[in-house]
Design a protein around this ligand. Structure first.
Ligand SMILES: Cc1cc2nc3c(=O)[nH]c(=O)nc-3n(C[C@H](O)[C@H](O)[C@H](O)COP(=O)(O)OP(=O)(O)OC[C@H]3O[C@@H](n4cnc5c(N)ncnc54)[C@H](O)[C@@H]3O)c2cc1C
Ligand code: SF4
Length: 561
């Protein structure tokens, strides 16, 4: 059977294609023919260029499933466009995407390329450098977003370092602007904008969790899996059990399943964590949305229509809409406004491992624009320990979630926030190292969304630009919202002494350590009142337990990548 290269060669441009078609460069995070420049003209008048860059894939030890997902979608997208009648120039290169195009354009006689603005800052920088190096490129707006820069600045004004940005205000504006879940009277359906407080139940098998469909890898995807296993064997995670959509048809089928089967129960159990049901009612669509395979506008239109017809409980519909219309758009604006967290007025952490390399040239004489932003408002700086690489720590919550990430490259929001990031924040592990870990370990991670979520929401490294307080907790929260503690060697009800859960001692000593910065935070008044009532002996025991826990976590050897 013919492999991918043989099949895509049939769609290669002729001389006449190069002259007579409009040529579009499709970035790796914008695989869509449903909006943007691919909709401007018929397929017979369109040519597309796609670059499969090994420089990008080697840049970080990306999870093997992430590479499979991205490359398999890229190749299927190319074949789908060829089938529609587009001419396709699919180019393999050891260079970065931008540098590959600089060489390819004159070599193949390509005219000026049109490109929808990529979502990832790293790719935008790469393309800007390529333009400086002679690439003829016309950038057009990214029409996959639901909001504009003016929506953000209209709510908050021009970006100012040191200011806090509250997502709810932006979300209200977006609901009013789009009319989604709004009454004619301009009031929100159900009388309030957010049903977040209704959505905080643990899951106790109240209803059956629907079994997701299987997306059996086809020949094209199997070829990519074999390639990744061979060329990227040293990367994080595994390709084993790869089961994510790689064709547009399967992406659409996944959304159908999510809309019909998962969303009705999404709201109430949004924050629940289970070792036997790691997906619960989460859509797991983030990776496909971030690639452009599923468009936010389509999802919201359908969810709102389902809610209007009474097919979807309001709390579930609103919860899902808030994630997409609120959080997702808000995070993208925060990233752009702060130039990827480089425009904060916050103490910086020293970088340990810079990731930039020769394939990504910086403008000469200028500071390296690719060096990751390193805010650390709370002074966190300890190296990220081996437990994040799958070395067992004995903390059952951590070990369970990391095992899932190693296997799948995905875990749901609360596990990211209240287990993985919570532990890092409490211990003072480097926010940048945690960000870089999420970036390569998760199938849905790209700079605009991972830096905002980790440096902003999860660790408070940005000093409160994105979240009004650090999301931290002791064992009580994890015990209430999950079933992890049942079979843990530690006791979530004990804070000190033998067998006590480290989270609780870490929590109180975190608050004590950061009292100068956080003590006057209005959302932390209750815990600080409790902290101040603790006796000297109690605090001494908590400190000892916390120090012991950090030393234990740091005692394991880090695997090499
Ligand atoms: C520490 C941390 C790191 C994260 N890193 C990423 C990341 O790299 N990529 C990513 O897409 N999301 C990230 N998120 C946000 C969120 O956790 C994921 O979008 C979500 O878990 C993906 O699973 P899902 O598709 O089942 O989402 P669902 O729970 O079904 O939510 C629906 C959709 O809403 C969007 N969404 C929800 N919350 C957010 C958010 N905070 N920011 C942006 N989009 C959101 C996603 O597109 C998601 O698919 C992170 C959150 C935290 C706390
Ligand atoms: S007892 Fe503590 S370490 Fe163990 S699972 Fe619960 S929260 Fe995690």
């Amino acid at each position: 059977m013919q492999g991918f290269q043989g099949r895509i060669r049939e769609a290669e441009p002729t001389k006449s294609d190069l002259h007579n078609r409009r040529w579009i460069y499709v970035p790796y995070d914008r695989f869509t023919e449903r909006t943007g420049p691919l909709t401007d003209q018929p397929a017979k008048d369109t040519g597309i260029v796609i670059v499969e860059s090994t420089a990008k894939a080697h840049r970080r030890p990306y999870h093997k499933k992430k590479l499979v997902l991205l490359i398999a979608n890229m190749r299927h997208f190319a074949l789908e466009q060829a089938e529609r009648g587009c001419s396709v120039l699919y180019h393999f290169s050891p260079k970065s995407h931008g540098q590959a195009l600089v060489a390819l354009q004159p070599e193949r006689g390509l005219p000026e390329l049109t490109m929808m603005r990529p979502a990832e800052r790293e790719l935008r920088l790469d393309m800007a450098q390529a333009v400086r190096d002679g690439l003829k490129l016309n950038e057009v707006p990214d029409t996959t977003w639901l909001s504009t820069v003016e929506d953000f600045t209209g709510v908050f004004g021009a970006y100012k370092a040191g200011k806090s940005y509250v997502m709810d205000r932006f979300y209200r504006h977006m609901r009013e602007k789009t009319g989604i879940l709004m009454q004619r009277s301009k009031k929100p359906v159900g009388g309030k904008f957010s049903f977040d407080t209704d959505n905080r139940s643990p899951f106790k098998n109240e209803v059956a969790v629907p079994i997701p469909p299987v997306y059996e890898p086809d020949a094209i995807t199997r070829e990519v899996i074999a390639y990744i296993d061979k060329e990227y064997a040293h990367h994080f995670g595994t390709t084993e059990g790869f089961n994510l959509p790689t064709t547009q048809k399967d992406c659409d089928a996944m959304w159908k399943f999510v809309g019909k089967k998962l969303l009705p129960m999404f709201g109430p159990f949004e924050d629940a964590m289970r070792d036997d049901q790691p997906h619960l009612f989460h859509s797991r669509m983030s990776a496909l949305i971030n690639l452009g395979r599923l468009l936010p506008a389509d999802l919201l239109r359908e969810v709102a229509a389902q809610a209007d017809k009474g097919e979807l409980p309001l709390a579930s519909a609103e919860g899902f809409i808030r994630q997409i219309l609120g959080w997702r758009e808000f995070m993208r604006h925060i990233h752009e406004q702060t130039d990827g967290y480089r425009l904060l007025d916050i103490a910086q952490e020293k970088r340990r491992k810079p990731v930039h390399d020769k394939a990504y040239p910086a403008p000469s004489g200028k500071p390296d624009p690719y060096a990751g932003a390193t805010p650390s408002a709370l002074g966190a700086h300890l190296p990220l320990p081996a437990v994040y690489w799958g070395v067992k720590s004995g903390l059952r919550c951590m070990d369970t979630v990391v095992e899932q990430v190693v296997h799948e490259g995905w875990s749901h929001h609360i596990t990211r926030l209240m287990v993985l990031s919570n532990l890092a924040t409490l211990c003072g592990f480097s926010p940048r190292e945690l960000t870089d870990w999420f970036w390569f370990a998760y199938v849905d991670a790209y700079d605009w969304v991972v830096e905002t979520n980790v440096l902003g929401m999860a660790t408070y490294a940005d000093g409160g630009v994105t979240a009004t307080k650090p999301y931290v907790s002791g064992a009580a929260y994890i015990n209430r919202m999950s079933n992890y503690c049942r079979r843990c060697q530690y006791d979530p009800k004990k804070a000190t002494g033998e067998g006590s859960c480290p989270f609780t001692a870490l929590y109180w000593t975190f608050l004590e350590r950061n009292e100068k910065v956080l003590g006057s935070n209005f959302r932390l008044q209750m815990p600080y009142v409790t902290l101040r009532k603790k006796s000297k002996d109690e605090m001494r025991a908590l400190r000892e337990r916390a120090d012991e826990a950090i030393a234990h976590l740091r005692s394991f050897k880090l695997p090499e990548y």
